[in-house]
Ligand binder design. Structure first.
Ligand code: CA
Length: 355
């Protein structure tokens, strides 16, 4: 007998008009930024919140989730039948699973490394139980870049498909050369790094926190846009030309901004920054893939497809944070050809994540 979690089911716009799962289409629906958490990492989050020990962004985000989040946290923790039922209810064939933000990046180095390895072992076990329904990315602890590179390699050997890094690590970004061992490993292993948001780093989070804008409403997007552009202007992608980086939420605003970023990049370049071999938009088109997590909005996504190319945009739902059947239907209805929808929902994910 399947245990159904209280409250689990499709959130309905109108309770008198229950939404049905979207119709079958001539493509698989692979959702590429789906969140989960282990009991151990969740306990770590609870301990930090109880002790008020994390940074202001973390305490704001997880303070709210822990206070509000019965169903949300149940869904993050569930790696069994309830998650599968939720996927079936929204027509999702496969979830690519990412340890939820901020992952292990808020813990001390030793704890972060052991929690990353343990999370990856638990994820591999869940994928073994549902090999057609689940795939996943390895959690790594950038606090120790050499160990993170090794853990990525170990994760790939166990069948994981890349790494997830939840943006800044205690205020530091991957544009610092001390982290580039991770880039070197990902490039040589031909595997992507998904830069998932967390709340903005301590130097910029407070104006967001004071306005309640620090999480998914805007803070996440600003954080990952800064992180991604930081990597571009650091010159890292001239050093690692084959590195693959994935970002979510329609590309965190960057596709929209590319003209002005290109126009201003050389003009605004400070003496301490390297001269780039290409325009920022060239790196976006060569090294970046974006997903539609939380952004099933045709104007933004078709614009991103036109700027970056049809092969660079992948579907994601952002379960359980934006778990709505309407979002899948909105994406099914994008004004693009069925062949391009197959790229969006299936083919691009299969290629980027070697599924
Ligand atoms: Ca997410």
């Amino acid at each position: 007998m399947k245990k159904k979690l209280a409250g689990v089911g499709i959130p309905m716009t109108d309770p008198n008009q229950p939404m049905r799962p979207p119709a079958k289409m001539p493509y698989k629906r692979i959702a590429t930024e789906e969140a989960w958490v282990t009991p151990e990492v969740m306990q770590g989050f609870r301990d930090l919140v109880a002790k008020k020990a994390g940074d202001a962004g973390f305490l704001s985000m997880w303070g709210v989730f822990i206070e509000k989040g019965g169903i949300l946290i149940d869904r993050l923790l569930d790696m069994g039948e309830n998650r599968i039922m939720d996927m079936d209810a929204t027509g999702i064939d496969t979830q690519l699973l990412l340890l939820t933000a901020p992952g292990v990046q808020v813990f001390s180095k030793g704890k972060a490394k052991s929690l990353a390895a343990d999370s990856n072992d638990q994820l591999v076990e869940a994928i073994r139980r549902y090999p057609k329904r689940f795939a996943g990315l390895a959690a790594v602890a950038p606090q120790d870049p050499a160990a993170a590179a090794k853990e990525l390699e170990r994760g790939l050997k166990l069948g994981l498909k890349g790494a997830v890094i939840n943006s800044h690590t205690m205020g530091e970004y991957l544009d610092k050369p001390k982290f580039w061992e991770i880039f070197e490993a990902a490039e040589s292993l031909n595997t992507p790094i998904y830069i998932h948001p967390q709340t903005p780093s301590p130097d910029m989070v407070m104006p967001f926190v004071r306005r309640g804008l620090d999480t998914a409403i805007m803070g996440f997007g600003v954080e990952v846009a800064l992180h991604s552009l930081g990597i571009i202007v650091s010159g890292a992608l001239d050093r690692f030309p084959d590195l693959k980086i994935v970002i979510g939420h329609g590309g965190e605003g960057l596709p929209y901004w590319l003209y002005r970023i290109d126009y201003m990049q050389e003009y605004n370049r400070q003496a301490f920054m390297p001269k780039l071999k290409m325009l920022p938009s060239d790196y976006m088109k060569r090294n970046f893939y974006i997903t539609t997590s939380g952004m099933p909005w045709a104007p933004a996504i078709t614009m991103a497809q036109s700027v970056l190319g049809m092969d660079r945009v992948l579907y994601a739902m952002d379960y359980p944070y934006q778990y709505r059947v309407e979002e899948v239907i909105m994406t099914d209805n994008f004004p693009i050809s069925v062949a391009n929808k197959k790229k969006l929902f299936q083919k691009n994910a299969e290629k980027v994540f070697s599924l």
